[in-house]
Design a protein. Structure first.
Length: 344
């Protein structure tokens, strides 16, 4: 989901001890280590560079610049709320730089687990729907199914179109780069927690939580898919009128995330011979996206409406809350699964 939709989230070798059972590894072929380091340095540089456009734009706007803001835009009269929002989102994107350092520097392996997993979980949640939805929106436009010139001209001015392209391309690159850096880091530090089969069934209370998460995910999945095909549940009149193939792509992305959270939670709770990385990845990504975007949208709904509309309905806010509850339930299952792996 883009801001337009809101208107209508391999570590280097180190002597630090790792957790999990020690594993003997065959010596890497000559040159493999050098190539891996070069690849990691390249991904690190890409991740850092991807933060620059957003940081520059937010800094410029906080400094009073109107770059990318057309005449007549409501952003020119939004007041203190927008200033605070710009400052907060600037700080959030700046945290990506710190996160990249944690994932790539030797001292990053000694970072307390919660200080890393919380921001990684949040970043996963905010960026995943963008990774899924933004390329879909670009594809829709490329195929000629996007909003036509007349529809674009009829919209109230908000931001120049190039701003969306630049910002969301940066977010997409950030998401891919962070995932590329985090997976080998997690394998080195916590590999024993998610390698091998899922294993034994989790205790009955966790199964109940997983079933509740799956039920909520199913309802949300159906809701978002219905929106993709023109459904209007929880949408204001303006949002319903603005429905297009581009907004449908965002709705499909949120449906996929919700369904992934529910399916992953059920698979983790049920146990079995399936490799743990797949249900754990589904549950982690889906829960993070559903929880983070539900919270983000709920917070945004409580502030001034930048599109001068009537604001979100009570039904919309209940949907945001349902996303938060579903994501939280799936997160609880993920947490219980990881604890059980530590205890075994």
């Amino acid at each position: 989901m883009t801001p337009r939709a809101v208107r209508t989230q391999q570590a280097p070798q180190s002597s630090a001890p790792t957790r999990g059972p020690a594993q003997e590894q065959a010596p890497a072929p000559v040159g493999v280590g050098a190539r891996a380091r070069a690849g990691r340095h390249f991904v690190t540089a890409v991740a850092l560079a991807a933060t620059v456009p957003y940081l520059v734009l937010k800094t410029a706007w906080l400094s009073g610049s109107r770059i990318g803001i057309p005449d007549g835009s409501v952003l020119l009269e939004a007041g203190p709320f927008l200033t605070v929002a710009n400052a907060v989102t600037l700080a959030m994107d700046a945290c990506v730089i710190l996160l990249v350092l944690v994932l790539t520097r030797p001292w990053g392996l000694r970072t307390p687990a919660w200080m890393l997993t919380v921001p990684v979980f949040t970043a996963t949640g905010l960026l995943t729907p963008i990774l899924l939805g933004f390329p879909g929106q670009l594809l829709v436009r490329a195929l000629g199914f996007g909003a036509g010139p007349e529809a674009e001209a009829a919209r109230e001015p908000f931001l120049d179109s190039w701003v969306f392209i630049v910002v969301y391309t940066g977010f997409t690159v950030q998401g891919l780069a962070l995932a590329t850096l985090f997976v080998p880091y997690a394998r080195r530090r916590w590999g024993g927690r998610w390698q091998g089969a899922v294993g034994k069934r989790l205790p009955s209370p966790t199964g109940v939580v997983a079933a509740a998460a799956a039920s909520g995910a199913l309802v949300l999945g159906v809701l978002f898919l219905s929106r993709a095909f023109g459904g209007t549940v929880g949408l204001s009149a303006g949002q319903a009128e603005a429905h297009s193939a581009e907004t449908a792509a965002g709705s499909v992305a949120h449906a996929v995330c919700a369904l992934a959270a529910g399916a992953g939670a059920l698979l983790l709770a049920h146990g079995g011979s399936l490799r743990a990385r797949w249900p754990l990845g589904l549950a982690w990504v889906g829960a993070a996206a559903t929880l983070a975007w539900g919270a983000w949208m709920l917070i945004a709904s409580l502030g001034p409406q930048l599109d001068r509309g009537e604001g979100p309905s009570a039904a919309a806010q209940l949907i945001y809350a349902a996303q938060m509850v579903t994501g939280s339930l799936a997160t609880a299952v993920v947490t219980r699964f990881l604890i059980s792996r530590r205890e075994s």
